[in-house]
Design a protein around this ligand. Structure first.
Ligand code: 13P
Length: 251
């Protein structure tokens, strides 16, 4: 059966010192609490190795926010899948809307990135979601279907054990506006139906589909209670240990 997952995407926040103290605050705050989900944190790339050291002895996992699609070579400023794996990072977020919007990551680049990550045995958290104008035009299901079809829905069924999906409607990211639990469930059920049509029941039942977009302690429980919502990708609220822990324990 699929896992419940709460992942904190710290984006371009926190120095090394702050990263260390946030991880330790989360560890302390989770101590003695029973958690019913995988707990992932994703610091900025320069702090990944430090984070891997700091989580030792805890159940927290460290995730990268990005990686380059090439194996290695003359790509100044970039990092490869192999480099992530080598420092003990086993999961990478790909396709975040901020990467698509500010760094021009399109379906072709993301297809290469997903394939390079999987070749290196990394687990992928693949993000996608519609813009406000898409939703207002009632075009959100088409947009999501095309984002999935153009990148991940043609992968071999056996690779899906290494893929987590994260539906993040762009209009809900960092805006304080959340999809209602019903809107999240409606889209997640649609996504699962696409998996079912493409791969059948076993893949559809076993892929975790996370919701992202202004998840807070106040709304996490209701969103996570929906049948096809298997957790969250948390931005702003994951930078505060108390809030993040409250979201983790909402399961
Ligand atoms: P917020 O939780 O700040 O809306 O960010 C969501 C997000 O982009 C997680 O990847």
């Amino acid at each position: 059966m699929r896992n419940n997952i709460v992942a904190g995407n710290w984006k371009m926040n926190h120095t090394a010192t702050q990263t260390k103290s946030l991880i330790n605050d989360i560890k302390e705050s989770l101590e003695g609490k029973s958690t019913h989900c995988r707990v992932l944190v994703s610091p900025t790339i320069i702090n990944l190795a430090l984070a891997v050291q700091e989580i030792q002895g805890s159940a927290i996992e460290v995730v990268a926010q990005n990686m380059h699609q090439a194996k290695k070579g003359a790509y100044t400023g970039e990092i490869s899948a192999e480099m992530l794996e080598d420092i003990g990072v086993n999961t990478v977020i790909l396709g975040h809307s901020e990467r698509r919007t500010y760094f021009g990551e399109d379906n072709a680049i993301l297809t290469e990135k997903v394939s390079m990550a999987l070749e290196n045995n990394l687990e992928v958290i693949f993000c996608f979601g519609e813009l406000l104008e898409d939703r207002l035009a009632q075009n959100h299901f088409n947009v999501v279907e095309s984002q999935l079809k153009n990148v991940v829905l043609n992968l071999d069924a056996t690779l899906w054990k290494k893929i987590i999906l994260a539906y993040e409607p762009v209009w809900a990211i960092g805006t304080g506006e959340t999809a209602s639990p019903e809107q999240a469930q409606e889209m997640h059920a649609f996504i699962r139906s696409l998996l079912y049509k493409t791969y059948g029941k076993s893949v559809a039942d076993n892929v975790s589909i996370l919701y992202g977009g202004s998840v807070k302690p106040a709304n996490a429980k209701e969103i996570f209670s929906k049948e096809d919502v298997d957790g969250g990708l948390i931005g702003g609220a994951s930078l505060n240990a108390t809030d993040f822990t409250a979201i983790v324990t909402a399961f």
